[in-house]
Design a protein around this ligand. Structure first.
Ligand SMILES: NC(=O)c1ccc[n+]([C@@H]2O[C@H](COP(=O)([O-])OP(=O)(O)OC[C@H]3O[C@@H](n4cnc5c(N)ncnc54)[C@H](OP(=O)(O)O)[C@@H]3O)[C@@H](O)[C@H]2O)c1
Length: 325
């Protein structure tokens, strides 16, 4: 009989709903509980997904013995505190991206997971999307030769609302942490840690970045150009150029369903990797797989990658004068 992994959701906001919709359709997973700071909100969320275990405080979820793993879905600034609370209570954790406001916070969470010997993973869902897996296999087979340049953008035009999660510094606002992390992650996934980076940004009046452009530099003149923006709608594509061709991850590249390959010898190919749902079931399956095997981290999205990405993010923050302390 298949083991059912029992999930709890902490912070039932926007992303928690999209995640829950996928979770209830994912084999081997059961949505068991939810916690909000507002009990009525937890009850409303629970009613929608047929949950009986609804809590009006986050720590009640952390101590629920009927829950195996907690999905942390609060704004970035609280990822560390909420993750530590769940890990300390012995719960496995899937923490929304970014895993903290910088490398130091991620390190604290990783340290606690190691001390408690429990599973921890950043919810970098891009890693588990079928199109990303296809991309990795194309790159490994050297279909486009050696990578020479990557460009990826993630921008959408949004109204400036100083109190909103996107702009409020005390909630961890700014395009870098919210969406810039995706182009930066793609670069780490394909090329690893950069040698150095150059970044420039336009800041919002709240002191967080409203528009960011950065280049990550690698050996042999290889580089990644990243854009994140709350000022403009960008194509949301990633292009990976190689010595023998290029691959495009089509709009919205971070959970693409279509890739195209163009090769210098004239061959072109379009690949479709469609999926049902919002795209979160693949990371849920990965967490289930890790828990079933008794692993404390995912081999596909190891904690070291999270640390490396956070280190790059810290370097960019320093260059653009973005400071959350
Ligand atoms: N993977 C993805 O595709 C994706 C997409 C969007 C966002 N995200 C990530 O998910 C996280 C949450 O984003 P979201 O857009 O879902 O956020 P949100 O709706 O603004 O907030 C999520 C929940 O956090 C809780 N919360 C706790 N302390 C809070 C505070 N001081 N202020 C506001 N809310 C607080 C609230 O729940 P209660 O009041 O009910 O406790 C709220 O409903 C972010 O870190 C973001 O990076 C990921």
């Amino acid at each position: 009989m298949q083991v059912m992994v029992k999930w709890g959701i902490l912070g039932p906001g926007k992303i928690a709903h999209a995640f829950a919709e996928d979770l209830v359709r994912t084999q081997g997973a059961v949505l068991a509980a939810v916690a909000s700071r507002d009990y009525q909100k937890a009850l409303d969320f629970g009613a929608r997904y047929h949950l009986t275990r609804c809590y009006g405080s986050y720590d009640a979820l952390a101590f629920d013995s009927e829950v195996d793993v907690v999905y942390i879905a609060t704004p970035h600034a609280f990822h560390k505190a909420h993750t530590l609370m769940c890990l300390q209570a012995g719960k496995a954790v899937l923490c929304e991206k970014p895993m903290g406001l910088g490398r130091e916070e991620a390190e604290d969470m990783i340290q606690m997971a190691a001390t408690k010997k429990v599973f921890l993973m950043e919810a970098m869902w891009t890693r588990f999307i079928p199109a990303t897996k296809e991309l990795l296999s194309l790159i490994a087979r050297k279909e486009i030769g050696e990578i020479t340049r990557i460009s990826a953008d993630f921008g959408f035009k949004t109204n400036y609302l100083p109190e909103s999660r996107l702009f409020n510094k005390s909630l961890g606002g700014g395009s870098l942490l919210d969406i810039g992390i995706y182009p930066i992650y793609l670069s780490h996934l394909l090329l690893g840690k950069p040698l150095h980076c150059e970044a420039k940004a336009r800041m919002a009046p709240t002191g967080v970045d409203n528009h960011l452009e950065c280049t990550l530099y690698y050996p042999n003149s290889c580089r990644t150009e990243c854009i994140s923006s709350f000022e403009e709608d960008t194509p949301l594509e990633a292009v990976i150029e190689g010595t023998r061709g290029n691959i495009t991850l089509h709009r919205r590249f971070h959970h693409a369903q279509k890739l195209s390959i163009w090769k210098a010898d004239g061959e072109t190919r379009e690949l479709t990797r469609e999926y049902i749902g919002n795209g979160y079931s693949f990371e849920i399956e990965e967490v289930n797989r890790c828990l079933e095997n008794g692993w404390t981290e995912s081999p596909a999205h190891p904690l070291q990658t999270t640390l490396d990405v956070m280190e790059t993010i810290d370097r960019i923050k320093a260059q653009i004068g973005l400071d959350y302390t």
